[in-house]
Design a protein around this ligand. Structure first.
Ligand SMILES: [Zn+2]
Length: 411
């Protein structure tokens, strides 16, 4: 298989170590060497990439994404044929790769066929960890029934491969967890509280009880330690989820001091998705966002930033995730800019988007850092993100993206 040498670049390996000047060598789908050029003897048959003036990083990881949809005006959603969404998703996946994101955790809406098509090379896309669909209470964040009784799911469900997520009570959530696992879930997603996008609830509403969440966590754990990710925005719902043993808190808008202590004690990850409310407000008119979602996004935005800043300062583990799909795919790495705006160092934002994100997914053995033996997921970027982290947000600066040794973008 082909070898590639990336030389003359500044290498940020994702571990948090200071950048080095050196080379990265890929051999087939793996990283063969990272370090000083003098430590590697060229064989002459390598493809050589000159990264002078550029930064070489691990492929980025977005731990909260919805690969199969992008929020669109209601009329457009109602007039789009069902199967069209699969072809549309190919565009979203390309945009994600072009942004430098080579692995994602899908937080609902993507089925097993999509993952298999990527893995088999039928279509281009990032490596995906699937949740299939989120468990939700009747009338909760994931219940698409509107005030008039029509069901308008943000992404269709209830068809083969994508079970409907509504389940109430310990027995039903246990069965629903099993249904998601049967459909191919590698992580279980649950809506522990209300949210911004749902018509009849509020982010602070507690939805699943501690008992229900505990049953979901236990059922997932029985399957070789499958983890649970919880959409959790209000403080009580966050704490219920952490106490029940949920692996990651998604959004975490109203994290209080007690929640911070609990998260540290349990080793729970926070996936902030700071970009979500920001993007909802920016694109509200263009995509026909309901007024209730706009109002709630405005209401939560400051608390969200404060919660993130406090959790970061206190040492809660933070994995980068965006909620892309609720807004445009391919804008993912703006999230690092927002994290830095709220007090994170650029290096910590990069580590949160590489090494820690890989750990959050349980994929730390194969991706997340530039280290020998790991999969060759590499990104070459114009400029220095440690000086200006926003260079990552501009897709034009993402010059080369390599996934598993294959060039998926080269400008
Ligand atoms: Zn989401």
């Amino acid at each position: 298989m082909t070898k590639t040498i990336i030389e003359n670049g500044s290498i940020i390996d994702g571990t948090g170590s200071e950048p080095i000047q050196g080379i990265v060598v890929t051999d087939g789908d793996k990283i063969a060497y990272v370090g000083d050029a003098s430590g590697y003897t060229k064989s002459g048959d390598e493809t050589v990439i000159d990264a002078a003036g550029k930064t070489v990083l691990p492929g980025f990881i977005d731990t909260h994404i919805h690969m199969m949809f992008e929020y669109a005006p209601l009329e457009k959603r109602l007039t789009t044929p069902f199967s069209y969404m699969y072809y549309q998703a190919m565009k979203y996946m390309k945009a994600t790769l072009d942004a430098g994101v080579t692995s994602v955790r899908d937080a609902l809406g993507t089925d097993l066929g999509v993952k298999r098509a990527i893995d088999d090379g039928l279509i281009n896309g990032p490596r995906v960890q699937l949740s299939i669909n989120a468990l939700t209470i009747t009338g909760g964040h994931g219940d698409g029934m509107q005030i008039n009784g029509d069901v308008l799911d943000i992404s269709p469900s209830g068809y083969r491969g994508m079970p409907n997520g509504i389940a109430d009570g310990v027995d039903e959530v246990r069965k629903k967890t099993r249904e998601m696992l049967r459909a191919g879930a590698e992580v279980i997603k649950v809506h522990a509280t209300g949210g911004v996008m749902s018509p009849t609830d509020h982010p602070e509403f507690t939805q699943y009880s501690f008992e229900e969440l505990s049953a979901i966590v236990e059922e997932a754990r029985f399957r070789k330690g499958v983890k649970v990710m919880a959409h959790a925005q209000g403080a009580e719902g966050i704490k219920n989820a952490v106490r029940a043993g949920v692996h990651s808190i998604e959004h975490g808008i109203y994290i209080d001091e007690e929640a911070i202590e609990l998260m540290k004690e349990h080793g729970t990850y926070l996936v902030p998705t700071l970009l979500a409310p920001v993007s909802v407000l920016e694109t509200a008119d263009e995509v026909g966002m309901p007024q209730s979602a706009v109002e709630k996004a405005k209401e939560v935005i400051e608390a969200h930033k404060e919660s993130f800043a406090r959790a970061y300062k206190a040492g809660v583990k933070i994995a980068m995730g965006t909620d892309a799909g609720v807004f445009k795919h391919g804008t993912n790495l703006r999230e690092l800019g927002l994290m830095v705006d709220d007090g994170m160092t650029p290096m910590d934002a990069i580590v949160a988007s590489t090494k820690v994100a890989a750990e959050c997914m349980g994929w730390e053995d194969k991706v997340g850092t530039l280290e020998e033996g790991k999969l060759a997921d590499v990104v070459i970027v114009d400029g220095n993100p440690l000086e200006d982290v926003y260079v990552l947000a501009d897709q034009g600066n993402i010059r080369v993206v390599i996934k598993g040794g294959q060039f998926v973008k080269q400008l």
